[in-house]
Design a binder for this molecule. Structure first.
Ligand code: HEC
Length: 201
């Protein structure tokens, strides 16, 4: 039996070495540094009560750990995050239907989650923010948030969810409007990515 396996495996290995793959995506793409996952912006002392410092710092830690800035920051999805625009939304979108299959996929643009009242979440209540993060209930009534991995945040406990909200309220408000979502079948005016860790050169 053992001998039989050798006979079978050896020719396969030889074939494997001799054949070149017709297309090797990693060779055509550049790998991005893990550091492109952003540092979250520092809280502004005047934006929270001193006794809430621990809560706000915990929120900052969680937002960094959970990678919120990797989507919600201009340039981050293309490996070139703009630190002044941290958490202020991205005008590069994310396709949520398959762009390799659909010519015009559905696209969402990660919104501005700084406390700017007009273009960010300054007017959202604590529970609206908490529901977006933990239950995928966003501004589009009637459907869940499609791209944000809220399922991975669903088990955040109440204390941690509150810390995230307190932190998001403490960062500098940035005025920045992201493009509207694109419904499948319509051509996007702004660029978008389909998830992966490589970008074309
Ligand atoms: C994979 C990318 C991605 C990550 C990571 C991510 N988000 Fe989002 N988020 C989005 C997108 C895209 C939307 C809008 C989705 C929609 O309308 O379908 C969104 C929506 C939201 C909203 C609702 C705001 C609005 O204006 O609609 C909040 C609040 C939010 N995210 C906070 C967070 C926080 C806090 C984290 C980290 C714990 C986080 N997000 C991580 C992509 C992401």
């Amino acid at each position: 039996m053992k001998y039989g396996r050798f006979v079978l495996v050896l020719p396969l290995l030889l074939v494997g070495c001799a054949t070149e793959f017709p297309h090797d995506p990693p060779a055509d793409y550049e790998e991005l540094a893990a550091s492109t996952i952003l540092d979250a912006p520092s809280p502004v002392p005047g934006n929270f009560a001193p006794e809430n410092r621990y809560q706000v710092e915990r929120g900052e830690y969680l937002v960094e750990l959970l990678g919120c800035g990797a989507c919600h920051t201009e340039g981050a999805l293309e490996g070139a995050p703009q630190s002044k625009m941290a958490l202020a939304g991205s005008s590069t979108g994310i396709a949520w239907s398959n762009p390799l299959g659909d010519q015009y996929p559905g696209i969402v643009y990660p919104p501005n989650i700084t406390p700017d009242k007009e273009t960010g979440i300054g007017d959202w209540s604590d529970s609206q923010i908490g529901n977006a993060v933990r239950a995928g209930i966003g501004r589009h009534a009637g459907r869940r948030i499609t791209v944000m991995p809220w399922q991975a945040y669903a088990k955040l406990n109440h204390e941690d969810a509150e810390a995230i909200v307190a932190y998001l309220r403490s960062v500098p408000p940035v005025r920045h409007e992201v493009p509207d979502e694109v419904v499948p079948g319509n051509k996007a005016k702004k660029p978008f990515v389909y998830f992966g860790v490589y970008r074309s050169r």
